[in-house]
Design a protein around this ligand. Structure first.
Ligand code: CDT
Length: 374
């Protein structure tokens, strides 16, 4: 019988001090300079606390602009123009407004991870994260894979979530990168809800996964989920951490931004699935933790020893493109919901209380509609 110990105590732990830099709301008319000043403040605070890496949220340089129709002209609080739309994207990072962040991070010897809207030279638009080391060298870029929300204006919603109009789904996938003394992965917001996100990085040996998010508390398609937003947020990240033996750093842009309340609850989660540090406010706040990267091995080499226990041949349905689609499976099980090929999927029937919530949400459209000044 092997006497192998699950815990290697023969060397100093690989320690990474992480600062999760939660942001409060960013107004539609906030200048880049104003926002970058807030980021610099959090960066400097992190350096004072001895952090090696500061993680900012998704779209950390601007307001969450997919709330508005910015490419059709028109009048009213949700309308805008393409000049405004383009103003929310970065064409280069570091660029005119972000160079100062790179310079200050290098001076302080701190790395960072920054979320922003990316417009590429050939016109592609992505929801992007960039990982920068303590010498201000770009280690890696990640472009959001799972793009939630909708493409077209849906007037019944109290506010729009037009990510699918303004961002492409990236085909780059989930990489992991040797940096900060460990293996680092990135994901953005909705990605965190999908187990495949963590598993793809877990299979590449991820030891810390950085995730920024903007999560409205009001989920219009099914408001019965609203009271569970905080629960679901931690549920998915804690499960992802534990099931893959990795640290997870979840960083929010929270608070009430242009009339829309978003979840805060930034958290740093250990490979055990335990939250080791959590934000207590809904505004700008730095949450810090010492992440022992060797702790990952305690999970990766025991219960979740992938090489020993995983059964990938049992999971092929997950990635097999020839597998029957979910719509077909649903139609088979519930023929009353079947829709002819090429047409939109039938709406999910909602219970009466949810229908009532939707109706009340629509009724409040006018007084609750987000405007330029919130
Ligand atoms: N930014 C982002 O991905 N937010 C989504 C909410 C989508 S609601 C249409 C999230 O999963 O938190």
């Amino acid at each position: 019988m092997s006497a192998r110990s699950a815990v290697d105590v023969s060397h100093e732990p690989r320690e990474l001090w992480v600062g999760a830099a939660q942001l409060g709301p960013i107004a539609r008319d906030a200048t880049r300079a104003d926002v970058v000043e807030r980021l610099l403040d959090l960066l400097r605070r992190g350096a004072r606390y001895g952090c090696d890496l500061i993680v900012f949220p998704e779209l950390a340089l601007t307001t969450f602009f997919p709330r508005w129709i910015l490419d059709e002209g028109g009048e009213g609080p949700i309308a805008g123009d393409t000049a405004e739309l383009d103003s929310y994207y970065e064409t280069e990072v570091p660029g005119p407004s972000t160079q100062v962040l790179f310079d200050e991070a290098k001076r302080l010897g701190v790395g960072f991870c920054l979320g922003y809207a990316e417009l590429t030279p050939d016109g592609h638009r992505y929801n992007t994260y960039v990982l920068v080391d303590s010498t201000s060298r770009i280690v890696a870029k990640y472009r959001k894979v799972h793009i939630p929300g909708h493409e077209a204006h849906e007037p019944w919603r109290r506010f729009q979530h037009l990510e699918r109009r303004y961002f492409e789904e990236s085909s780059d996938g989930f990489g992991v990168h040797d940096a900060f003394g460990g293996r680092v992965g990135m994901a953005i917001c909705n990605d965190r809800r999908w187990p495949e996100t963590y598993r793809v990085m877990g299979l590449q040996g991820a030891e810390i996964i950085l995730i920024g998010y903007n999560t409205p508390l009001d989920y219009a398609p099914d408001p019965s989920q609203n009271p569970l937003q905080a629960f679901h947020n931690h549920l998915v990240m804690q499960a992802g951490a534990y099931q893959n033996g990795t640290w997870v750093v979840g960083v929010a842009k929270g608070g009430i931004e242009e009339g829309v309340e978003s979840l805060a609850q930034t958290a740093i989660i250990a490979p055990s699935g335990q939250i080791v540090a959590q934000a207590t406010s809904i505004g700008d706040e730095l949450v810090t933790a010492r992440c022992d990267l060797d702790m990952c091995d305690r999970y990766k080499s025991t219960l979740f020893d992938f090489d020993r226990y995983r059964r990938p041949e049992m999971y092929s349905i997950i990635t097999d493109p020839t597998t029957r689609s979910l719509a077909e499976s649903r139609a088979r099980a519930r023929p009353e919901f079947a829709t002819p090929a090429g047409t939109q999927r039938a709406p999910v029937p909602v219970p009466d209380d949810v229908a009532d919530l939707r109706a009340r949400s629509a009724a409040h459209l006018d007084d609750a509609r987000p405007g330029p000044t919130g």
